[in-house]
Design a protein around this ligand. Structure first.
Ligand code: NDP
Length: 593
């Protein structure tokens, strides 16, 4: 029997230990403090002449957002398309994140987009990064998206030319080209951040961020070859989030000695990965299968109330457990207070199970205790792994638990936690990505629309869009992101496939009718934003939670954060609404010129 009050008190104590007044300011921008850590270790940069042509559609970002947009446009017959990306190939987050053990946390058959279109059959329930990046390349090849693509290219400005009714795009490679339409799909977690630990710049050994894995230094490969150069080396990893949970088992296997510096433990539930049987796959892969599976998944995790769970991954398990707890209430007790309590109890039970798992798997009692997560499951990104906790049973692995305080300082030879010094050869920063910093800082440019107004200025009082896709004052600009749209964060690529279909329908319509500009009607935009603000909001913005990027590091949210909401009736309802909206052919709320 769970003692709710005692548990909540323990959660509060653990959270309070971690609260710090500097919040997000505790991190430093790798771009300004350690630009050398942001180089591309994977692909050599090719010299090329600046590009000065015109394209129908320019897409900033060649991750799944850009690829799905390009694919849907190609399906609609719009092929004059250019991808622009700072990376050396397509893939976005899967281009950069090649750390050992990287894999998707959502089942591959719904996480990997456009499987039906490319014919790829995922090999595992949770595919590893090389296969996911392979799917990104396959999408680009299938839809001929490489032809005009510009890689290792950072967009520096994007300005609406009112006279010519087109966008002018400039880049750090000296390009200056124009486009009738621009799509922006730069992703939410694209800029690595580093902890502002005193002395971090004094370290004389080797250091890198997990999203720029230095296989030159470690040996091995993203495909899983052992990191032979780490034998005999003392390796430190700072951070124990979703990335560290996946790469620690590999570092544990290959390092002379591994020190894992922990501030807050992750909740690590069972992974149960397994190969996908191609015969089984064939049995489900009838025409339209991926859309049906996507909808089934969204119906399980996002307010859809799907009766069956086909995907059966960690996320559907989590949602169905909560829902069945809530639904087990007698109808006479259905009210918001009781429902929240039922949800809370389901959460407490699951977290007890996960904490017990740490104690069962980890042989050393003190280490097992230190790996127990004391917060509600959705306070931080839930993790799933069957080798992470086990790694701490190796004599060559030391968990350095900082009791919520983090690393104290770094010097020439290693890491300090309080009075203890750990001498190491290498420090790997598994410290995540910028969240809550200005969008234009993360994207590297700030679109300039009608009348010379910047997007950041137009949104000074909060984001304003129609369908999360277009914004008044920024003609022919498509925002490929999920706020003010489905806000479906559990299976992000589902958003991109749907958004791509809407963009393609709009551009096709304009092409067929000789229309050159589009912009939301200001009243329609206001009505949309008003409708969305009725959304109760994500519970993860909870100040009771342990600090992290989900809740602005425990600091009060900026007023403007409330605009980052989703469609009140949930993702499937949004996707279905948009399907009706675009197939009516009226595109209500948009003004064409
Ligand atoms: P996170 O931001 O989740 O984790 C950063 C880690 O660094 C935390 O454990 C944090 O501790 C720790 N840290 C920060 N500063 C210090 C310090 N001074 N001393 C010690 N520790 C410190 O980054 P990740 O890269 O792990 O994950 C980011 C996101 O990327 C995930 O939430 C997920 O959305 C996505 N991701 C998805 C994957 C997938 O789907 N397969 C795999 C990996 C990542 P604290 O918690 O106390 O702040």
């Amino acid at each position: 029997m769970i003692d709710r009050d005692a548990l909540l008190e323990k959660y509060r104590i653990e959270r309070d230990k971690r609260l710090r007044p500097d919040g997000n300011a505790q991190y430093v921008r790798a771009a300004t403090h350690f630009p050398q850590m942001l180089g591309d270790p994977y692909t050599p940069r090719q010299e090329r002449a600046p590009v000065t042509d015109h394209v129908r559609f320019a897409m900033v970002g060649a991750g799944f957002a850009g690829l799905c947009t390009g694919a849907r446009l190609a399906q609609a017959g719009i092929t004059d398309f250019r991808l622009i990306d700072a990376g050396g190939d397509v893939g976005g987050t899967w281009y950069w994140n090649r750390y050992p053990g990287a894999q998707c946390d959502t089942a591959s058959i719904i996480y990997m987009p456009l499987l039906e279109e490319t014919g790829h059959i995922p090999t595992e329930k949770y595919a590893h990064a090389p296969e996911i990046q392979g799917q990104a390349r396959k999408i680009a090849q299938t839809f001929n998206l490489y032809e005009k693509a510009l890689f290792h290219t950072q967009v520096t400005s994007c300005t609406w030319d009112e006279t010519a009714s087109r966008w002018v795009i400039e880049t750090d490679r000296g390009d200056r080209f124009t486009a009738d339409f621009v799509g922006v799909g730069t992703g939410p977690l694209n800029v690595p951040k580093l902890p502002g630990i005193p002395g971090i710049d004094r370290f004389k050994g080797h250091q890198f961020h997990t999203s720029r894995w230095d296989y030159e230094y470690t040996g091995g490969s993203a495909e899983g070859a052992p990191m032979d150069k780490l034998a005999g080396k003392r390796v430190a990893i700072i951070g124990t989030g979703a990335t560290a949970v996946q790469c620690v088992p590999h570092l544990a296997r290959d390092s002379g000695h591994l020190f894992v510096f922990q501030r807050t433990p992750s909740s690590v539930d069972v992974r149960a990965n397994e190969p996908i049987d191609p015969e089984w796959f064939k049995s489900i892969a009838t025409p339209g299968w991926q859309t049906r599976w996507l909808e089934n998944f969204a119906g399980n995790v996002g307010m859809g109330g799907a009766s069956e769970d086909w995907v059966k991954d960690g996320w559907t398990d989590l949602s169905r457990r909560i829902r069945s707890r809530v639904m087990s209430l007698p109808p006479s007790e259905w009210n918001p207070v009781n429902m929240m309590k039922a949800w809370e109890m389901a959460d407490h039970e699951k977290m007890e199970e996960i904490r017990n798992r740490a104690m069962t798997v980890v042989e050393d009692r003190k280490t097992g205790e230190a790996l127990q997560a004391w917060y509600r499951q959705l306070c931080k990104r839930p993790c799933f792994h069957d080798a992470y906790l086990q790694a701490f049973n190796r004599p060559s692995v030391t968990l350095v638990d900082t009791d919520g305080q983090g690393v104290s300082r770094i010097d020439e030879t290693g890491i300090w936690v309080g009075d203890a010094h750990y001498e190491v050869d290498c420090i790997i920063h598994s410290t995540g990505f910028e969240v809550g910093t200005p969008t234009e800082q993360r994207a590297g440019f700030d679109p300039v629309g009608k009348g010379g107004q910047k997007l950041s200025e137009a949104w000074e009082a909060g984001m304003r869009t129609l369908h999360g896709l277009n914004s008044v004052g920024f003609p022919n600009l498509f925002l490929v992101q999920f706020a003010q749209a489905a806000a479906f964060v559990v299976n992000v690529p589902h958003n991109w496939m749907e958004t791509g279909t809407s963009i393609a329908a709009i551009v096709r319509h304009m092409t067929d009718h000789g229309l050159s500009t589009l912009e939301p009607d200001p009243e329609a935009q206001e009505a949309w934003v008003k409708l969305l603000l009725n959304n109760p909001g994500m519970m993860t913005n909870n100040p009771d939670c342990t600090p992290g990027y989900y809740n602005n590091e425990g600091q009060p949210m900026d007023e403007r954060a409330k605009y980052a909401v989703g469609y009140p009736a949930g993702p499937n309802a949004f996707f279905s609404y948009m399907k009706g909206w675009r197939s009516s052919g009226e595109f209500k709320g948009l003004r064409f010129g």
